[in-house]
Design a protein around this ligand. Structure first.
Ligand code: ZN
Length: 194
């Protein structure tokens, strides 16, 4: 379920309450995990953020912490291996420079080719691993930006919850995978469902 929360003043984001049980599976909570959204404005030279404390049970919190196994780790591992495989032949085949300025050219060219192909290859492998992991981590996993795009995204996610700031519309959009928790969240915060 998608819930749009209007933000009247980006400098004063609201405090949002969650039902006192796991936001993904609904079992009793054992810990709180955080979601942080950058509001894109500053207050007294400090960037303003919306902080959400989300109750989770042990199982789901462990899953959330393990999610790097199907996102960041495949990206880095595959990216590194592919990068090295590309780096070596490119470096060996590139013409060697003749002046002191160009002597390192094969190394630079190999490094550049390795980096570009490594990032692309790593992202493709990450995409495949992630898609295969949906039955275990829930369908909102597919909403998470791939590692390479996540660096620029103004979203944050936990297992079962995705949060996004629509800055132009002054809306924080929360998406819950668990409909029951979403309905309780709407009641707790006196919101209207979309
Ligand atoms: Zn849970």
């Amino acid at each position: 379920m998608i819930i749009n929360i209007p933000i009247h003043d980006l400098k004063k984001p609201p405090v949002l309450k969650f039902p006192e049980r796991c936001a993904y599976c609904g079992r009793p909570k054992t810990e709180m995990l955080g979601i942080t959204l950058n509001m894109g404005v500053q207050n007294r030279n400090q960037p303003v953020t919306l902080q959400l404390s989300v109750p989770m049970c042990k199982t789901c919190a462990d899953k959330e912490r393990g999610i790097a196994k199907v996102t960041l780790i495949p990206f880095l591992t595959a990216g590194l291996i592919i990068g090295v495989i590309v780096f070596i032949p490119v470096m060996l085949l590139a013409p060697e420079g003749t002046t002191p300025q160009t002597i390192g050219f094969p190394f630079v060219l190999g490094g550049f080719a390795g980096l570009v192909v490594g990032v692309i290859g790593g992202t493709m492998v990450e995409f495949v691993v992630k898609t295969l992991s949906v039955p275990f981590y829930g369908k909102l996993l597919t909403r998470r930006p791939l590692t390479i795009f996540g660096m620029f995204a103004d979203t944050d996610e936990l297992i079962g919850i995705s949060a996004k700031l629509l800055r132009e519309k002054k809306i924080v959009r929360l998406e819950f995978e668990n409909e029951e928790i979403a309905r309780e969240f709407i009641q707790l915060n006196s919101l209207e469902p979309k």
